[in-house]
Design a protein. Structure first.
Length: 321
């Protein structure tokens, strides 16, 4: 009996031979920033050689001090956060806020975090400023945090002085209640600003650290968070008006001033020392190509519009889902 392969067209026999001489499957390199559509990590998915070179450069092992500067802002932010948590309650009680209403005030942290951080992440993902995706939100959030801290610590003087222009008695119940209301609003605005900075810094760390050093930069952020907490709580136990009287006449005013200096300096160092990839290379964001938070997986057209460094995560997420 004649072999069945003899009846196959020549093109089919050539395909069989081509398949038989294919190279064996190569293992996936987990450290590669990109995976091609067929899972081969040996080739960049972008046809642009410049983008591929930029990706390779971004995956080079960074030094210890690079990771410190990359995560430095989280330490200054945590010092500001510890000042609010450790001294905010005594300060609000000194203004006349009742203890029963204190819980409604401190729900501001988780509430603003739930609402603000995902939204800031979405806005920064679609930011196309030459300065970078995350830096504008880091600097803007830090400035808002500094203004909020200073306003909160001087709320009584600001409100009573403003109402005094209209002849209001600073000791009246109406003025005192106004001070409390404005201070509570200041707490919410402060938490809004803090969560903006936190979301931007976390995304900044993920973007700028190589894939194989993500654990290292997160560990560095945890260390700096602990250092910020320690310094904030230690400063709260010192008699600061005795030594830093020029920053304010109360403990809370001086602590807020210290937190502002710490946050501003750490954010300034981090944003000036670390170079962020120019997001304009990703092209303009397309609203129609954005993936819904509740969608199961991105389509091929949506995936092609992603920034190069995000495609691997999108493919992995869709395969897990």
């Amino acid at each position: 009996m004649a072999s069945s392969s003899s009846h196959l067209p020549s093109s089919s026999r050539e395909d069989q031979l081509r398949v038989s001489v294919q190279e064996p499957d190569r293992p996936i390199n987990e450290n590669s920033p990109l995976l091609s559509a067929n899972g081969d990590s040996s080739r960049p998915t972008s046809p642009d050689a410049d983008d591929a070179d930029a990706i390779d450069e971004s995956q080079e092992t960074k030094s210890f001090w690079y990771l410190v500067l990359l995560a430095l802002g989280i330490g200054g932010l945590q010092l500001a956060w510890s000042v609010e948590l450790s001294n905010g309650s005594p300060y609000l009680l000194s203004l006349g806020l009742s203890k029963s209403l204190m819980a409604l005030v401190w729900i501001a942290g988780p509430l603003t975090g739930t609402l603000v951080q995902p939204y800031v992440g979405m806005l920064s993902d679609n930011c196309r400023l030459r300065w970078g995706k995350r830096k504008p939100f880091m600097v803007g959030g830090a400035l808002a945090t500094i203004v909020s801290l200073l306003f909160l610590s001087w709320t009584k003087e600001i409100v009573t002085g403003f109402l005094g222009l209209f002849g209001a008695d600073p000791q009246s119940a109406g003025v005192q209640n106004s001070v409390i209301v404005v201070a509570v609003i200041g707490i919410y605005v402060l938490d809004f600003a803090i969560n903006t900075v936190q979301a931007a810094i976390r995304a900044f760390m993920v973007d700028c650290a190589p894939a194989h050093q993500q654990e290292a930069v997160n560990a560095m952020a945890s260390r700096l968070t602990g250092i910020g907490n320690i310094l904030g709580y230690i400063a709260g136990n010192l008699d600061l008006p005795k030594y830093l009287w020029f920053l304010g006449d109360t403990q809370f005013k001086i602590l807020c001033a210290i937190a502002c200096v710490a946050l501003g300096s750490t954010i300034l160092l981090s944003t000036t020392a670390i170079k962020e990839r120019d997001p304009r290379q990703d092209g303009p964001p397309h609203r129609s190509d954005r993936v819904s938070l509740y969608s199961s997986s991105p389509s091929s057209s949506q995936l092609s519009a992603y920034p190069l460094k995000s495609r691997r995560y999108a493919r992995c997420s869709s395969s897990v889902g």
